[in-house]
Each structure stands twice: as C-alpha cells, then as structure tokens.
Design a protein around this ligand. Structure first.
Ligand SMILES: Nc1ncnc2c1ncn2[C@@H]1O[C@H](COP(=O)(O)OP(=O)(O)OP(=O)(O)O)[C@@H](O)[C@H]1O
Ligand SMILES: [Mg+2]
Length: 256
C-alpha cells in the first residue's frame, strides 16, 4: 500500500547545525490497517509524516503509494490521495471561513474551481448528514465561521474534511493532543469509526500509549530515525511500552 524505500532526511545540511533525521529508512504500511508511530520528542515522527504528505521535501529515497512514487509530487496534488489532521486544531481548517465553506473546499480537493462557485447547493444535504454523525450539533451551524468553534469541534470537522473524499492514506499527527481527555476520547472513537467505515489506511502519531494500543493494528517505535520496535498492537502492553521508554531514558542519562 505505502512503501518507504531508503528514505533519508537531514536539516540544515552543510552547516554546523546539520541534523540527520533519517538515514535510509525502509517501511511498509499495510492496506486498511491503522499503524501508530510512537517515539520520544524529536525522533522524527512528524518529519516522516511531513515527507509523506509533501509539506517538506525528501532528500533521498522513495515514497511509493499504491505503486506510484509520490516523493516528487506537489503537496496540493498529493492531497487528493492523502488526508491529514494536525495536532493544532486551527491547522486542518480555514478559521475565517464558515463550516459550509470549509466542507466545500475539502469536497473540491484535487479539482480546479473558482471561489465564486465554491458551494454546490445540491451537496449541502450530504454535508449535513456527515455533520450529524458527529453528534455535536454542527449541522445547525453551517454558516458559523470555524474560528468560533471549540478545539474539539474543529478537530471533528477536520477529521470529516480529511476523510470525506476517502483518501488512500490518512495521516494523523497527535490529532487529539490539544484536547481534554473526554473530547480526546470522543474524537478517537470517531476516528476509528470513520477509518473502519471507509477502510482508510491510516498512520497515526501518538504519545498516549493506551490510545496507541487500543486504536491501532500495529505499533512502530522510532528512535533516532530508526525503527526499534514493530509489533502487532495485540502483542504489546502499555506497561511494556512505558518500560522501553524508561530503559531508553536511563541509558541516555548514563551516556550524558
Ligand atoms: N524545518 C526544520 N528545520 C530544522 N530542523 C527541524 C525542522 N523540522 C524538524 N526539525 C528537527 O528535526 C527533529 C525531528 O523533529 P520532528 O518534529 O519530526 O520530531 P517528532 O518526533 O515529531 O517530535 P514530537 O514528539 O515532539 O512532535 C527535531 O530535532 C527537530 O528540531
Ligand atoms: Mg511531532
């Protein structure tokens, strides 16, 4: 489904501040599965997702989605195949536009259109049905600007927008990290429901070990740009993952 082949990435290349994030990373992601990536701050999780979505360029290697190398494809073009929800609730949406305008924009992903013709009247019923599934009453706020919504409401909308065209791949970068525990749970459940319903292959980054295990099929741990753990989520426990982090921290403390 998705193959990452010999992917390399550095920042500040050729300067004193050069950091090598990935050196010939290889990874295969199976179709219709939710794969979670965990790992300490700065280990390269978001950089990997950014390269897959095309928001930052790769240096070397290939990103092959359904047999096509997309590593040089423009981000806007890739967006037709790759949906994304960010950690920051204001990132996946346009805050100064209304809910209806945001949904219409998401619906036009990959198409050429003029802003004047943004809203298709005969699509509104479909948007209302989608919003109703969230159970947040957003279907009654179609003309409300998104900046007036709460973080949880925005992330829910973002999730619907990222999945409404049934992308080949969905990228979730700590998309519930900015939410309170209750809202986070609601969004995680909604996420699971949507990816199962539309059979969307998903890569999710999380620092929440419990969510990582509960909502995924496979867990990958990155450390210094390398895969140090790759297991079926059924075969790991929260305690085991926390223990791996503890040992790693202890080792790092001893080295420094
Ligand atoms: N555009 C950039 N320019 C320079 N350095 C960067 C850039 N983006 C990321 N980095 C660096 O690359 C490393 C990996 O960052 P990344 O954001 O991928 O980490 P992460 O695993 O997502 O961490 P976190 O769990 O904190 O979100 C970090 O050292 C970061 O400072
Ligand atoms: Mg990150």
């Amino acid at each position: 489904m998705l193959r990452i082949v010999n992917l390399s990435k550095s920042f500040n290349t050729g300067t004193d501040n050069e950091i090598n994030i990935f050196n010939k990373l290889n990874l295969e992601i199976e179709e219709n599965k939710c794969t979670v990536i965990i790992g300490s701050n700065g280990c390269g999780k978001s950089t990997l997702l950014n390269m897959i979505s095309g928001s930052i360029p790769t240096e070397q290697g290939q990103i092959i989605l359904k047999g096509t190398d997309i590593s040089k494809m423009r981000e806007e073009k890739r967006a037709a195949y790759v949906g994304r929800v960010y950690q920051d609730p204001s990132m996946g949406v346009s805050p100064s536009l209304t809910i209806l305008e945001n949904l219409s924009l998401a619906d036009k992903k990959g198409e050429r259109f003029t802003l004047r013709r943004l809203i298709r009247k005969n699509s509104i019923g479909r948007y209302i049905e989608l919003l109703k599934t969230l159970d947040l009453g957003l279907e009654n706020k179609l003309n409300t600007k998104v900046k007036f919504l709460s973080g949880g409401q925005r992330q829910s909308l973002s999730l619907i927008m990222a999945t409404m065209k049934h992308p080949d791949l969905l990228l979730l970068d700590e998309h519930t990290a900015a939410l309170d525990p209750k809202t986070s749970n609601v969004i995680m459940k909604k996420t699971k429901e949507l990816i199962k319903k539309h059979s969307i292959t998903t890569i999710m980054i999380s620092h929440n070990m419990r969510d990582a295990i509960e909502y995924s099929d496979r867990i990958i741990m990155l450390d210094k740009g390398e895969i140090v753990l790759d297991k079926s989520s059924r075969d790991v426990t929260e305690r085991e993952l926390i223990e791996i982090y503890r040992i790693k921290l202890e080792l790092e403390r001893k080295v420094s």
